[in-house]
Design a protein around this ligand. Structure first.
Ligand SMILES: *Cc1c(COP(=O)(O)O)cnc(C)c1O
Length: 355
């Protein structure tokens, strides 16, 4: 047994629990990780195959082509875009770039389970602010939680796992209360699925506030979760700091080319996103008409606040052919999948009502 001490912080770290995978050979829909249910488009698969032959070489460390394509798409300077191995990694780099040991990072809870882990690993102190009973972020409470020690506030919109997006007016009021030396990370992992007319325009918010950083990803709407590409949009000085904290050569050549090909195929991918949004409506409507209390969702998942019944519900759902993600004590998150998955799940939930 090794006597080398591990960092004390690790002992307090909550585990990141991945969504369960379907048992091998079992015919089950995997609605546990908010993945896109559709495989990459043929043009993207072709780019992946092309990139494979260069695997003996290090990738472009600055992901120049991808960064340029994103900058053009978002109408920001290329120096403002920082890519990384999924936006989870980028969040870690943002925190490493701005947090001194003991600084506080405020975030909503329950929200993305990576937050407390990333904050603790960065040597900062997690400050959790409860999400309201209707699954919406309490932006007033988030602002109230800011102290002299606060360095960062994370706003997850739409919120994973509860679903609603923040509204533009409440975000404006919140930002007016945040000191200009406190960073606000707007985590927009699901932005492509948002249809709420009151939701903010993240890029406009970014332009109006030098202390706002956007986090986005190719994992959800773009369907590249397995290739690990995400990015931050930040003012050049902040972006340079985040880049300093980034793992060198973090985004593989395959991932870079797949992301560029996906941006080129935006129109086709947008049609898929539209289909997922329609399926989300069908899932929400179906559940509500069965009598379930489901918060609004602006993402590719819905939330059932089942409390202590969550784990057993998830077990029965898996047996019925749909693997979902329980957060025992809080609720169950169900990703929006293909129409067949919605059918099987709604059949299961109808049977649960009469249990
Ligand atoms: C899925 C998700 C991410 C993105 O994860 P990647 O590392 O880019 O795959 C970021 N934030 C939230 C809230 C998410 O749910």
């Amino acid at each position: 047994m090794s006597r080398v001490p591990l960092r004390q912080a690790l002992a307090e770290l909550p585990a990141y629990v991945p969504g369960a995978r379907s048992p091998v050979g079992a015919a089950a829909f995997k609605l546990s990780s908010n993945e896109n249910p559709y495989p990459p488009l043929p043009s993207v698969v072709a780019a992946i195959a092309d990139a494979a032959v260069d695997a003996n070489r290090y990738p472009d460390m600055f992901a120049t082509e991808l960064t340029g394509a994103l900058a053009e798409r978002l109408d920001v300077p290329a120096e403002s875009v920082v890519t990384g191995c999924g936006s989870v990694a980028v969040l870690g780099h943002v925190l490493t770039a701005v947090c001194e040991p003991g600084d506080e990072v405020v975030f909503p809870w329950r929200s993305f389970e990576a937050y407390p882990i990333a904050v603790t690993l960065a040597g900062a102190v997690p400050v959790r602010v409860p999400v309201a009973a209707d699954g919406r972020l309490d932006l007033e409470a988030l602002a109230d939680a800011i102290t002299e020690r606060t360095r960062v506030v994370v706003v997850c919109t739409p919120n994973n796992p509860t679903g609603p997006a923040v509204h533009a007016d409440e975000l404006d009021a919140f930002l007016a209360r945040v000191p200009d030396d406190v960073l606000v990370v707007l985590d927009e992992a699901y932005v492509e699925f948002v249809r709420d007319p009151h939701a903010p325009d993240g890029l406009a918010v970014y332009r109006a506030h030098p202390n706002v950083v956007l986090l986005r990803t190719f994992s959800k709407a773009y369907g590249l979760a397995g290739l690990r590409v995400g990015y931050a949009v930040a003012r050049p000085r902040l972006a340079a700091g985040i880049r300093q904290a980034t793992t060198p050569f973090g985004v593989s050549h395959v991932a870079q080319l797949a992301a560029v090909a996906s941006l080129r195929a935006s129109r086709e991918l947008a049609a898929r996103v539209e289909g997922i949004v329609a399926e989300r409506t069908r899932l929400l409507t179906g559940l509500r008409s069965q009598g379930w209390d489901v918060p609004d969702s602006q993402a590719n998942f819905v939330w059932l606040g089942l409390g202590d019944a969550s784990a057993s519900f998830a077990e029965r759902s898996a047996r019925a052919g749909v693997v979902v993600r329980p957060f025992q004590g809080d609720g169950v998150r169900v990703s929006v999948g293909e129409p067949e998955a919605t059918d099987v799940f709604l059949e299961f939930t109808a049977a649960e009502r009469v249990r």
